[in-house]
Design a protein around this ligand. Structure first.
Ligand SMILES: Cc1ncc(COP(=O)(O)O)c(C=O)c1O
Length: 477
C-alpha cells in the first residue's frame, strides 16, 4: 500500500508494509517520516477521516495510529485545530560512555549506551524510609569521623547479603566500603603498584575507564585475551605474564562480551594466584542481573584468600550514590584500609546507614527483583525486535545477563563508523566495541547496546530507531 500526501500539501510518499498490520504499518511509516525529517515539526496532519479515505483504511485504524504516536510524543493533538508533528529536538550522540562525567548538557534523544541503569526506577520512597529510620536509630558518633572500613551496620548487612545472594565468603572485618567500584580498583592498584615493576592484567576487550584508573596508579596494564570461555586465565601461567601481580576479571558476566568465566578458567585463575602469590580482582558489577538461570556465584566464594571482590550499587540502585565495597583476603586488609584512610578517611556515613537499612529490611532484595523483571522484559524486547531483522548478518550476544548486549559487525557488513553516523543523525547513541580493545587496530567491530538507561516510554522508540538504522545499513550491502 502506498501513501501519497501531495494532495494535503505535504510532499510525502511512504510505503505501507502490509505484512505487519495496517495500523502498525501506518504508525511506523509516520514515525520514520518524522524521525528522518520528511514530516517537519509543526506540520498539521490530515484529519483521520481524510487520511482514512485517502488510504482506504478504517477511520478507527488511523485514529489508533495517531493516538499511539501522541502517546510516544511524536504528535500533539490541539483541541479544535487538529493533530500536529511535535517539535522534537534533534540531539547529537556523544561517544560511547564508559563512565559519563559530562555536565548537565542535553543528552542524546535515544540513549542506548551501556553503563547506567534506569535511574528513573530509583526506589525513592524506600530510600527515604531507610534514611529516616537510619537517622532515627544512628548513634551520635555516626556523625563524626569513622572507621576507614566504613560503618559496621553496612559491613554486617553486606557480609550476610553477599553470602546469601552471591556466594561470597565475607565477614564484616574483611569488608571496606568504598566510593564505588572505581575507588575499590584504584585502592588495589595503588597497593599492587608499591612492588616495583608489578603489572596488572586486564581483560581485552574490557572497560577502558578502568584501565586508565590502573595506569594512573602508575601500574602497567597487560592485555589478557577474552574468548568464548571468558578471560584466558591459562595465559597467566606463561612467561609473558611473569610480572603480573594481579588480574582483573568480570567473571560472572564479562564486560563487554557478556560471557561467564568458564569453570576451568576459574580454577586456573585460582591456581595461578595460589602458586604465584597473585591476586584476582573480581569486578562483580552486575551479578544480580541474570535472567535465564540462577546467578553464577562469585569466584571469591571458592578462593577467598586469592580474590579481592568488588561490588557496587551503581547498577542496582544508581551510580549517584557512589557506594561500593571490597571483600578482601586477610593479607590485604591492613594495606587497603591504610590506603583508604589516606585517600578520603572513609566513605560518607549517612548513605551507608541508609543502605544497611535497605538491605536488612529486604527492601533492597525486592527492588533488585523488580528491576530484574523489568530488565529481563527489556532484554526480551531487544531480542524480539532486533533478531528478526538482523537475520543471518548480525548476531546479538551476551544476553543471558546484565544490562547490555552486543552485536557483531562482520567485516563484510556496516562498520562502527557507518552505524555511528546513521545513528547520530537519528539522535541515537550506542556503545562501540572498538573503545573497549586495548589496541583497536584490526580488531573486530561491534555495537554495544545498553538497555538500562532509556526510560520505559522511550525504550521501544529507541529500539525502533536502532532497528531502522541497522536494517537500512545491512540492506544496502
Ligand atoms: C565493568 C564495570 N565495572 C564496574 C562498574 C561500576 O563502577 P562504579 O561502582 O564505580 O560506578 C561499571 C559501571 O559501568 C562497569 O561497567
Amino acid at each position: 500500500m502506498s501513501m501519497d500526501w501531495a494532495t494535503f500539501g505535504l510532499d510525502l510518499h511512504v510505503e505501507l508494509d502490509s505484512t505487519s498490520g495496517r495500523r502498525s504499518a501506518l504508525e511506523s511509516a509516520l514515525r520514520e517520516s518524522i524521525r528522518d525529517g520528511r514530516l517537519a515539526a509543526q506540520t498539521r496532519l490530515p484529519s483521520t477521516r481524510a487520511l482514512a479515505a485517502e488510504l482506504d483504511l478504517a477511520r478507527g485504524t488511523v485514529s489508533a495510529a495517531y493516538d499511539q504516536l501522541i502517546a510516544e510524543g511524536y504528535l500533539t493533538a490541539r483541541t479544535g485545530s487538529g493533530t500536529y508533528v511535535t517539535g522534537l529536538v534533534r540531539a547529537v550522540a556523544r561517544p560511547a560512555r564508559a563512565v559519563d562525567t559530562s555536565g548537565p548538557a542535553a543528552g542524546p534523544r535515544y540513549d542506548l549506551r551501556p553503563g547506567s541503569p534506569d535511574v528513573t526506577s530509583f526506589p525513592t520512597a524506600a530510600w527515604l524510609r531507610a534514611t529516616r529510620r537510619a537517622l532515627a536509630e544512628a548513634p551520635m558518633a555516626a556523625y563524626d569521623y569513622g572507621d576507614p572500613r566504613g560503618r559496621i551496620e553496612l559491613r554486617t548487612a553486606l557480609a550476610s547479603y553477599l553470602g546469601r545472594v552471591r556466594g561470597v565468603a565475607a565477614t564484616p572485618d574483611r569488608i571496606v566500603v568504598t566510593s564505588g567500584a572505581v575507588q575499590a580498583l584504584s585502592l588495589l592498584a595503588g597497593v599492587i603498584g608499591r612492588t616495583a615493576g608489578a603489572r596488572i592484567a586486564m581483560e581485552d576487550p574490557g572497560l577502558a575507564f578502568h584501565r586508565e584508573v590502573v595506569r594512573r596508579n602508575h601500574v602497567d596494564v597487560m592485555a589478557l585475551e577474552v574468548d568464548d570461555r571468558g578471560a584466558r586465565t591459562d595465559l597467566l601461567l606463561t612467561s609473558d605474564f611473569t610480572a603480573v601481580r594481579a588480574v582483573v576479571v568480570t567473571a560472572s558476566h564479562q564486560y563487554p562480551t557478556g560471557v561467564p568465566l568458564h569453570p576451568q578458567r576459574r580454577d586456573t585463575a585460582a591456581e595461578w594466584a595460589r602458586s604465584r602469590e597473585g591476586l584476582i580482582i573480581e569486578d562483580d558489577y552486575d551479578g544480580e542481573f541474570r535472567y535465564d538461570r540462577q546467578p553464577i556465584g562469585a569466584l571469591q566464594g571458592t578462593a577467598p584468600e586469592q580474590v579481592a571482590y568488588l561490588g557496587t550499587v551503581s547498577k542496582t540502585l544508581g551510580p549517584a550514590l557512589r557506594l561500593g565495597w571490597l571483600v578482601l583476603p586477610e593479607r590485604l586488609i591492613e594495606p587497603v584500609v591504610e590506603a583508604k584512610r589516606y585517600t578520603d578517611l572513609h566513605t560518607e556515613s549517612i548513605g551507608q546507614l541508609a543502605l544497611a537499612d535497605l538491605i536488612t529490611s529486604h527492601a533492597y532484595d525486592r527492588h533488585v527483583r523488580s528491576c530484574r523483571l523489568r530488565y529481563r522484559s527489556r532484554r526480551d524486547l531487544l531480542t524480539g525486535r532486533l533478531e528478526p531483522h538482523a537475520g543471518q548478518r548480525l548476531t546479538l550476544r551476551g544476553i543471558p545477563a546484565g544490562l547490555h548486549a552486543w552485536i557483531d559487525l562482520p567485516a563484510a557488513g556496516p562498520s562502527e563508523h557507518d552505524v555511528l553516523v546513521a545513528g547520530t543523525a537519528r539522535g541515537l547513541a550506542l556503545g562501540y566495541l572498538s573503545s573497549h580493545w586495548h589496541d583497536p587496530d584490526g580488531r573486530p567491530q561491534g555495537i554495544i547496546v545498553g538497555f538500562g538507561t532509556p526510560s520505559e516510554s522511550t525504550y521501544p522508540i529507541a529500539l525502533d530507531t536502532l532497528n531502522h538504522v541497522l536494517r537500512r545499513l545491512t540492506l544496502r550491502r
